[in-house]
Design a protein around this ligand. Sequence first.
Ligand SMILES: [Zn+2]
Length: 249
Amino acid sequence: MILPSLLPLAFFSLVTATLVPNTELSASNSGLMEQRMYPYGTYINHCDVPGTVALTFDDGPYIYTEELLDLLDAYGAKATFFMNGHNLETNHRLLQRIVNEGHQLASHTWGHPNLPVLSRDQIIQQMTLLESAFESIVGVVPTYMRPPYLSVSDYVLGVMADLGYHVIGASVDTKDYENDHPDLIGRSVEKFNLELDQGGTIILAHDIHEQTVHTLTHIMLDEIVQRGLQRKSLFCLFVPVSTSGGFAN
Ligand SMILES: [Zn+2]
């Protein structure tokens, strides 16, 4: 088993999203929709842009990430990669490919800890270590993060606000890490379809699992195409592009 301490099994605390815009503008030139701006430190688990879903992959990079990029490319899909600090040094070319191909690099903390039990200084260290690594490898500092185990507290959200991070949850949780076997991955497919039916839009999977890349993501992409949804990174949110935020989509 790979990095067992990093697997999201031990603690799960999903906080209900509070989508409170701090400003609402009449949108875009089309005038068809409102544009929202989220304050940093707000927990977000739904897309705003109608007809879009966000594909997000946690815990990489790993040996399946390259194949996942090929797959996304074949479907013309963009995704957000919430990465940890392990494996970065040996994957410079892969990180550059992610950025070059218009995907979004984002933070999943350096070492995948349960953030609510850490001190403020420890939380800041978890974020700044990864920022420094990203900046030195690809010149990008992320402004989006997903807390490991989706575990947050008001205190953690406050630190993320201070650090200038959008905090991202999920509304389609495939639980692929429980089903990484050809005989089991169908359970994640069922969960994906069910939660998509229920209006989920931010999809959580992990590119460190073979069946996620070899099976689940193919099926998810086919289903998303069939439903006529756009396959996005977190650009499914009405948040302005940050020049330093790694947005390329
Ligand atoms: Zn994780």
